[in-house]
Design a binder for this molecule. Structure first.
Ligand code: FAD
Length: 727
């Protein structure tokens, strides 16, 4: 790792700490850093996890039973990381190369680390069942761990009534009871020796509870027949993820990484591990969330100490942990059973209330992080653009015309092909530099696509925060790899560019960890002259098509205030990451004659530009219901609650188009229609990677929409019509 050339006195991070997995230990460590920033190690820190939320396992059986919703037991990792000044990378870890200090990720370049902490949990041990159906069944078993795919399966429509739960431990019992409480009739299939809950008393007690729930055969019952169509859910104990075993780290039983009492991996002082994926050498303990939670303070202290070169703390975990198992409310109101060593008590409602209080209190520790401390942060991405006012004023002073089109024609080749260029970019919208590179490139390319041009090449200017040389190299590599992930798919090379170092931004610390990172791209492309789409004129009789939803501006503004649900941001990012390159051919095939992309000025601002290229008597009727359907999930709710991007007030000038009658909103009387003011706010919401707005003859609109939908633009819709104003 390079030396901090600025000297440690300025406190800039010199090393990269990666937290792999958003398990219980890491969630608590992040919370500690958010609450007490002085306990945060002096490092550039990245959390990598499969999902944007982490599930609190103690409440998962209650979720299956229908006692809780997903939100009750999901920790918002993206928000937690942001509050702790940590970058968040949502990705699947596929391997670890300790000698190269690389964490391998699916579908994107590896991340390089100086320090690594592993808290990736465990997978269901399917020994004897892997890849083949359980006895008497047709399909391979569904594993209860990892929890996310299991819950996706469970929450989908595919759970059959006939279900076999394989397993003899606490998870199998709790899940079987929860499924029963949910109205299913699972068949519990244990080892030949029966239940295995740690003591004879526990086995007897749980057997009785299962019998009362009709999940355990009583004397005289006919052995049940397994149907060939019966699905199997495996709750058969757990093992560390296979990629961890393949990494060559010292491993104990079930592939769990062996650590010192300091949680340092044996013989790997720069690696730490906690939770179910690890165990202290010579101090075996069963995997349980309790220890993942208890390890957190020691892990937090030792990450900070190790990076600062100070002596580490040793952890002496308790030998036993109290287990509280819920019955899911299988016999009315929920009850719980307490297991402690050889003792087993319950089931009782009082124990359930106790369990619920413990679980809710755990989740409440993360709830308070939503409220933003200190000043509200200015929006990033395309919402960081300067408003239209100063731009127009400056250009007027220079007597320079305001650029009418999204891209400029820079040359005309002999065969009539037009060569176009555009430039765009902004301060990092997300803290994952690879994803940011991808989003900025898609955003910049859309200027060319909106002109009907294909992208041929690009150049990039990257501004990096003040960090060590090695960290800047890693950040630049990730950013450019994100750029390339878009350009490569278009067959467009990244020809060159420049790099700058930020002079005025803080690196790391609470808030946006990638403050100081910004990316600007020049994109070049070409279009046949007959396909060049101007912004106007719009023609009476044209239909206006929007290629995908609106609302990213308010969502990201609300995310900084801790008010956006994690799944809203997930959905918005998934829409934003879809390349709109195919739209050029698709819209051309349906007679597109004017087009723009909806970005910083919002739909109304960009529609206003189309109208300013049209005769003065041209007007547009927008369909309020269609627009409401096109809001990304959460956008209308947030706008109605008063959230807005920092650029929205400057965009509000475009609402004058409605007062002037150039744009009108046609409201169908539907009970679920949003308030007109809320819809108005959506129309001025600045968009990063926003939709294309295209005008084409009305008679071709429905065929165009079907084609777009068939090609993956599922929400493309006609949002309005162009008409002439009566003079
Ligand atoms: C149904 C059920 C009920 C349970 N109830 C309890 C209980 O009441 N009390 C209790 O103490 N224990 C309970 N457990 C056990 C508990 O789930 C685990 O012991 C606990 O979750 C371990 O925590 P962890 O921090 O090690 O990992 P986890 O909580 O499993 O977290 C691992 C994290 O890493 C992420 N991750 C994993 N692999 C990858 C990858 N390849 N790439 C990217 N990210 C990855 C995951 O998405 C997850 O966010 C239960 C288990 C089950 C199955």
């Amino acid at each position: 790792m390079g030396v901090d050339r600025l000297g440690s006195g300025r406190g800039h991070a010199a090393e990269h700490l990666i937290l792999a997995g958003g398990g219980h230990s890491h969630a608590l460590v992040l919370r500690m850093w958010a609450m007490q920033p002085r306990r945060r190690p002096n490092a550039w820190i990245t959390l990598v996890s499969r999902c944007s939320t982490a599930l609190y396992s103690g409440m998962v059986p209650g979720l299956v039973a229908g006692l809780y919703g997903r939100e009750d037991c999901a920790i918002d990792l993206r928000l937690l990381a942001q509050r702790a000044g940590v970058n968040f990378v949502q990705a699947e870890i596929t391997g670890l190369d300790p000698s190269q200090r690389q964490l391998l990720l699916a579908g994107r370049p590896p991340l390089r680390f100086d320090w690594l902490s592993l808290d990736v949990g465990a997978e269901t041990a399917l020994s004897g069942h892997i890849g083949r159906p359980a006895a008497g069944t047709a399909a391979p078993p569904v594993a209860v761990k990892p929890l996310e795919p299991f819950l996706t399966w469970f929450e989908g429509q595919s759970v059959p009534q006939q279900l076999q739960v394989l397993g003899s431990g606490a998870a199998a019992v709790e899940v079987a009871l929860a499924l029963r409480a949910r109205g299913l009739r699972p068949q519990l299939s244990t080892k030949a020796s029966g239940l295995d809950l740690g003591s004879a008393a526990a086995n007897r007690l749980l057997q009785r509870v299962l019998q009362q729930a009709g999940l355990w055969p009583t004397a005289g019952d006919e052995p049940s027949q397994r149907s060939i169509s019966m699905a199997t859910l495996a709750c058969t104990g757990s093992r560390a993820p296979r990629w961890l075993a393949d990494s060559g780290l010292p491993a104990g039983e079930r592939g769990r990484v062996l650590t010192e009492r300091s949680l340092q991996v044996l013989d790997r002082p720069r690696l730490f591990a906690s939770g179910d994926c690890a165990v202290i050498a010579g101090a075996a303990r069963p995997p349980s969330g309790v220890w993942a939670v208890r390890a957190a303070p020691v892990l937090a202290a030792n990450l900070q100490r190790a990076i600062a070169g100070r002596p580490l703390r040793r952890w002496h975990p308790q030998r036993r942990a109290l287990q509280l198992l819920g019955d899911g409310g299988v016999s009315g109101s929920p009850r719980a059973i307490a297991l402690w060593g050889p003792l087993a008590v319950g089931p009782s409602r009082w124990l359930w209330r106790w369990k619920e209080r413990i679980d809710r209190q755990f989740m409440a520790r993360f709830a308070g992080l939503g409220a933003m401390h200190g000043e509200a942060m200015a929006c990033r991405g395309c919402a960081a653009k300067v408003s239209a006012g100063p731009l127009r004023a400056a250009l007027a002073q220079l007597q320079a015309p305001l650029q009418d089109d999204d891209a400029v024609i820079v040359a005309r080749s002999n065969d009539g092909t037009l060569l176009l260029q555009s430039v765009d970019g902004f301060p990092a919208l997300v803290s994952d530099p690879w994803l940011n590179g991808r989003l900025t490139t898609l955003h910049a390319c859309s200027d060319l696509w909106a002109c009907g041009a294909d992208v041929a090449s690009a150049q990039a200017v990257v501004t990096l925060p003040v960090l060590s040389d090695a960290l800047q190299a890693e950040l630049l590599h990730q950013s450019l790899a994100g750029v390339r992930s878009v350009l490569d798919s278009l067959g467009a090379p990244l020809l060159g560019g420049h790099t700058l170092e930020a002079r005025d931004a803080m690196a790391g610390g609470p808030g946006m960890p990638t403050a100081g990172l910004s990316l600007m791209l020049t994109v070049n492309g070409s279009a046949p002259a007959e396909r060049l789409w101007p912004k106007g004129p719009l023609q009476a009789g044209d239909a206006l098509i929007l290629s995908r939803p609106l609302g990213s501006g308010v969502l990201f503004a609300a995310a900084m205030a801790g008010a956006a649900k994690p799944q809203w941001i997930d959905q918005a990012l998934s829409v934003m990451q879809q390349s709109q390159a195919p739209l050029v051919e698709l819209l051309a095939a349906h007679g597109c004659r004017a087009c723009t992309d909806v970005t910083g000025f919002g739909l109304l601002g960009h529609l206003g530009e189309m109208l300013s290229c049209s005769p003065a008597n041209t007007a547009v009727q927008l369909d309020a219901a269609a627009l409401a359907r096109l809001a990304v999930p959460g956008a209308l709710e947030l706008l109605a609650a008063g959230h807005a991007s920092t650029l929205a007030p400057a965009n509000a000038g475009a609402l004058a188009l409605m007062e002037q009658g150039r744009v009108s909103l046609i409201h169908a009387a539907a009970p679920s229609s949003p308030e007109p003011t809320t819809l108005g706010q959506l129309l001025i919401d600045p968009q990063t990677c926003g939709p294309l707005l295209a005008a084409l003859p009305t008679e071709r609109a429905s065929a165009a929409i079907s084609t777009l939908q068939q090609h993956g633009f599922a929400q493309a819709a006609v949002i309005g019509r162009v008409h002439g104003l009566q003079s």
